[in-house]
Design a protein around this ligand. Sequence first.
Ligand SMILES: [Zn+2]
Length: 301
Amino acid sequence: MEKIKCVHCGESDYVKKGFRKTENRGRIQKFKCNSCKKYFTNDDGFYRMRNNEKKITSAIDLYFSNLSSRKVRNHFRRHWEHNASHVSVLDWCRKYVLKVQKYVDTMPLNLSGKVYADETEIPRGCNTKRKGGDKFWCSVDWDTRYINATLYSPNPQNTQDAIEFLRKTRKHGLPMYIQTDAAQFYPKAMKKVFASVRCKGKRNISGSKRLLVEHRINNVQKTGKHNVRIETVFMKIKDRVDDFRGLKALWSAPILMAGIILQHNFIEAHTTTGVVPCELAGLKLETGVNRWLGLIRLATN
Ligand SMILES: [Zn+2]
């Protein structure tokens, strides 16, 4: 059972004091804090939200499983008494992605270390005059299908972004190998991130530094084979970023991308393995059936 704390002073010394009636969330227990003497209701992750948690979490789940924010709104118009605009849908998604991300970032994971990396284009703002779009760097840990590193960038591919992205693959321990395509910035970036450090005073020994992580290069032009392992992940992502065409602001897109990745890593069972990737990575979270709701509750306590 979660521990109830006063939202004003943080103490857990309180008495029950009746209920607050809300329009969409029913009756909510009120408390009076013995420490600061103020009244409060418990922050269960949905503190002061005007809509109930089932509606909010189903909006988040629907949006990240590939329904546009306007389609989620239309679904609500047909099924719920009170309406919610497509803007509130996006607001809920962003608010709870940030909360859950912060929580899962502290979790230890057991990954296979067989990492497949690539970049794909995100069509942010592409229904306006602006051409191109952003770049999304992403790598998947093969045995678990856990997406272990991502980078959202408005720039074309470059060595600096490759370095920043590859650094993130070290978060849960060094990978065994990383497979990429033959793009020229990868060897440079691999060297920068994974070259073994020499002892002091021996800096000038000739020969190249050894890489701590094997770099497997798949040259499609030579092998004729695509990097199928990462491409299946990208196919799923590309399916889901169509709604990004309407996004103008750069600040919003990386948060929503993070939500798509959370949906992949923590919410949906993978079609091939039949298991949610985080569970294959050894993380058993008590979320219940409504996994978004469970994650938000865990992130709140
Ligand atoms: Zn208090």
